[in-house]
Design a protein around this ligand. Sequence first.
Ligand SMILES: [Zn+2]
Length: 338
Amino acid sequence: MSELTKFLFEGLPVRGMLVRLTDSWREVLRRREAAATASDLDAVAPYPQPVRELLGEMAAAGVLMQANIKFSGALVLQVHGDGPVKLAVAEVQSDLAFRATANVVGAVAADAQLEALVNVHGRGRCAITLDPRERLPGQQPYQGIVSLHGDRREPLQRVQHVLEHYMLQSEQLDTRLVLAANDELAAGLLIQRLPVEGEGNLEGAAGSGGGSGAARRNEDDIGLSEAFNRIATLAATLTREELLALPAERVLHRLFWEETLRVFEPLSPRFACTCSRERVRGMLKSLGRDEVESIVAERGEVEIGCEFCGAQYRFDPVDVGALFTPGRDHPPGSRAVQ
Ligand SMILES: [Zn+2]
């Protein structure tokens, strides 16, 4: 079963989490395979190996980040690419239900790393969005965006380095991430120095928002925490192979056997999709009657597939008529085919 384990270092301003997405990650890949089998569209072909690894690492990172800030709404981790991967998305709800998808166009080299996947021309971007469950009137989702380059403009080759950079630049939080994924498991380790106060960073944005004073004090402390540096150095010795092969307790023992850890009951991330026939109806309505009716005229029906879970939503001419007829807004029944 998929598990997320939080832990604290007793007496030190450092916390950590380890996530292992097993059944839930395999479900993401299984659904993609099923969608690819059911369709001959290139857009739903099975993911090449480097894309599976990228997406798995993003899913693990998204779950870690959501569990870290406990935001009431969706945390959406997106990489907008200028290479064969145009978009990769991992979206995680506050109960750690997650979904993930990638849009791949063209060939992917077997050994492609982040630059070759999404940053071929240096225009790739990573965006982290916090979309509140219940938005206040006029409230916009919070979004932070970073390039896929390091401090010396060097292209970064791992998504974990992009996110570390983001956490430091945008959130003033010293963070170490180790991520790894294969076809069985998407896993991640996060180590973070506890903020002085939760303001001026993602955590602050998730709560009341606020003052820059605490953020500045916190910024002054970056890199100065000896305890964090020691633990981050230990964390960085974890190899991807170990992370993929060892159960959580063995990873923690292997890295931190000399530290005093307080380990909490594991949480249970799971795969779930938030798509629905109602949402597809809303999308079709926003396209407009002429556009939708021209599709029906051409193909006899409108068929929309969910990129995240593979659900197919079909609208025949009667459904489409109802869609644009006032007072017939809610025909009974959903005909989503899994
Ligand atoms: Zn879906």
